[in-house]
Design a protein around this ligand. Structure first.
Ligand code: ADP
Length: 655
């Protein structure tokens, strides 16, 4: 038995889980293995003690109640879970035990005690805890998802609320905008709505335009206030309401009663429908501008233009414009007759140019180009050959670049100067004839005077000799003048002929130098050395030009000063210049001295004779050589007259 007992004891002892036995009514701990003692933190001394006394700390727990219950009722499979912190190899661990209580019976079946044995359910519990944790996590996740959805919904609701607010604000702003737009518009603006029609918004400009007050418009229907125009415009507005399409009016002339006074005004206006979502016009915006001043001004301008046109026609003037880029040529009907074209026929720029006399054509084209590129003034006189009638008409064209309707064009007038020209021709013929007639007696006078001089020099009568010398000089001057007139008349009647020949300018200058040194003693003349300079020109006439410039230099500078003559080649041009230290020319005269009969006015000029034809002849000769002539001057200090001619290079010559 003992050995059997000790076997049981050993089995009990060997159990790694708590096992104990409470025996008798007093529930005395009769068996308790080490595992049980470890859980309780007790030693073997508690064996034999009542559970109640041995483990008072457990009495308050349900454990003793349960043990008691099992003892009293014998109910099997009573269990309770309990966790305890135990040391295992110096490591603290939480262990969860499931305590099972079984009633112990004797052979008679009476209950003698309660056996308690525990099983370690820590892992199960942990699994359960994990499982519930997972459940918790997943429900947390679900909760999070639900939460996110909730946030989303809230966000969407917030956005919708914002959108709604924005839409509301916009609507309000739109209403405000319309109000602002009407009030701040720089034109008359009015919004009309309703039946009968009332002005719901109107600005001051519109009120001024119709000449009515804000009060009148706010209390009365629109057409009652504007009854004077209702007959015409009410049906139009009704039509805009019905069709939803706008109505535009340009410069409508209407009678308005403005501040009680009838006034005729011109108005540009628009009836613009304001459409709802169904594209139905619910209101109409009237935008109007009073253009009366503009219309009146335009009518005035039209009348002025008409008068100008009539005046121009009466004066024999025609107007023209040339677009430099497109060469579009616009002419007034009267001007077409200048070209010998019927007034309803059109004339192109090319035709107009071709009808210009060939002697003048290239010059006109060149001057036109200068106007187009340099914005200079165009002022030329030239003959035109009538296209269909073959008649020659002299015209003077004057114009400059102007902006016409946004495009730059040469705009000007053309004057028929044929009659004036004929008068001039007659005058020239007369001058020519008189000059010619005067030349013959003058030539014989000169011959006699020179003969007398020869005779008198032998007789040693100083007074007679000097008188004859002066007479001879005066005859010389007179001859020069008469020759000048003769040349002008020849030039004007086209009788001056340019005889082109190839020659060396250096040689011509050399001859001029010799002649000048022999005849001019009052001034010092310095000729700069000249290299061979071949030109194809009229030698006599170029010589005449150089002589003219030298004699002017002598004439317009005091005795004893120096005159410099030079001839150089610059690029393809020969440049001949005559510089003096004389009175000089003011800038305003510089461009005019090459005109016919032009002389500078001034006290100094009283003592200097002349007719203002020398430089005119020089300019005509040089221009007919494709050359240029000009003056640079410092008033009071001297002038430099220069002219240029095209040089003939040896290669060109050979060709
Ligand atoms: P004229 O000498 O007969 O008056 P020109 O045609 O030769 O006619 O000259 C025109 C005008 O130009 C002159 O009247 C004079 O006022 C001015 N002029 C010409 N040459 C000179 C010069 N070298 N210096 C100053 N003025 C000049």
């Amino acid at each position: 038995m003992k050995s059997a007992e000790s076997l049981y004891e050993r089995i009990v002892e060997a159990s790694p889980y708590p096992v104990y036995l409470c025996s008798g009514e007093d529930l005395v701990i009769t068996v308790a293995n080490n595992a049980a003692l470890k859980v309780w933190g007790k030693d073997k001394s508690i064996l034999g003690m009542r559970f109640l006394h041995a483990l008072p700390e457990h009495t308050e727990q349900s454990l003793i109640t349960l043990i008691q219950e099992v003892y009293d009722s014998g109910k099997a499979d009573q269990s309770i879970k309990n966790s305890v912190e135990l040391l295992f190899n110096d490591e603290k661990k939480i262990v969860i035990y499931n305590y099972n209580f079984q009633a112990m019976r004797n052979e008679l079946g009476s209950i003698t005690g309660v056996l308690c044995f525990a099983t370690d359910v820590t892992n199960d519990e942990l699994l359960e805890v994990n499982a519930s944790n997972e459940k918790l996590v997943s429900s947390n996740e679900e909760l999070a998802v639900a939460n996110e959805e909730l946030i989303d919904i809230q966000e969407r609701m917030r956005e919708q609320a914002i959108e709604k607010q924005v839409a509301l604000d916009r609507l309000k702003a739109q209403e405000g905008n319309i109000k602002n737009m009407v009030n701040q518009a720089p034109v008359g603006m009015c919004i009309v709505q309703g039946d009968p029609l009332y002005a719901v918004e109107v600005n001051d400009i519109f009120l001024n335009l119709i000449g009515k007050t804000r009060e009148e418009l706010s209390v009365n229907p629109f057409w009652t206030v504007n009854a004077e125009i209702a007959v015409h415009y009410e049906p139009i507005i009704n039509n805009v309401f019905a069709t939803g399409t706008s109505f535009h009016a340009d410069e409508h002339e209407m009678m308005l009663i403005r501040s009680g006074k009838e006034e005729i005004v011109n108005v540009d206006f628009v009836y613009e429908p304001m459409l709802d979502e169904q594209n139905k016009a619910y209101a109409i915006m009237i935008v109007g501008i009073d253009v009366t001043d503009k219309v009146v001004a335009r009518k005035k301008l039209q009348r002025a233009e008409e008068s100008l046109r009539l005046a121009m026609e009466a004066a024999g003037l025609g107007s023209f414009s040339i677009n430099p880029a497109t060469k579009e040529f616009k002419v007034s009907p009267s001007m077409k007759t200048f070209f010998g074209v019927d007034s309803n026929e059109s004339i192109s720029f090319e035709t107009a140019i071709n009808q210009i006399h060939e002697d003048y054509r290239s010059m006109v084209v060149k001057n036109l180009e200068a106007v187009f590129t340099n914005n200079t003034k165009f002022d030329m006189e030239y003959p035109i050959l009538g296209y269909s009638d073959g008649q020659t008409r002299w015209v003077r064209a004057v114009g400059r670049m102007q902006n016409v309707d946004g495009t730059e064009a040469l705009t000007g007038v053309l004057n028929d100067i044929t009659e004036k020209r004929k008068d001039e021709e007659r005058k020239n013929d007369f001058i020519g004839m008189v000059s010619h007639e005067l030349k013959t007696p003058l030539t014989s006078m000169r011959g006699y005077v020179q003969m007398l001089l020869l005779k008198m020099r032998k007789q040693d009568d100083e007074f007679v000799v000097s008188s004859l010398e002066k007479t001879n000089t005066q005859i010389g001057k007179m001859t020069t003048m008469i020759n000048g007139f003769l040349n002008v008349s020849r030039l004007e009647s086209g009788k001056i002929h340019i005889d082109h020949k190839l020659f060396d300018l250096a040689q011509l200058v050399k001859e001029t130098e010799e002649e000048s040194l022999n005849t001019i003693s009052s001034h010092k003349i310095i000729f700069a050395p000249v290299e061979t300079t071949m030109v194809n020109a009229d030698r006599d006439k170029i010589g005449q030009v150089i002589n003219n410039l030298i004699s002017n230099a002598v004439k317009y500078s005091v005795a004893g000063t120096t005159i410099y003559v030079a001839c150089v080649t610059v690029g393809t041009r020969a440049l001949i210049s005559v510089r003096d230290e004389g009175m000089g020319i003011k800038p305003q005269d510089a461009s005019k001295i090459f005109e016919r009969y032009y002389r500078v006015e001034g006290t100094q000029m009283f003592s200097i004779s002349g007719f203002g034809i020398g430089l005119y002849l020089c300019a005509e000769i040089i221009h007919r050589h494709e050359g240029e002539i000009w003056v640079d001057s410092d008033f009071g200090r001297g002038s430099t007259f220069s002219f240029s001619l095209p040089v003939v290079s040896p290669e060109t010559d050979q060709a």
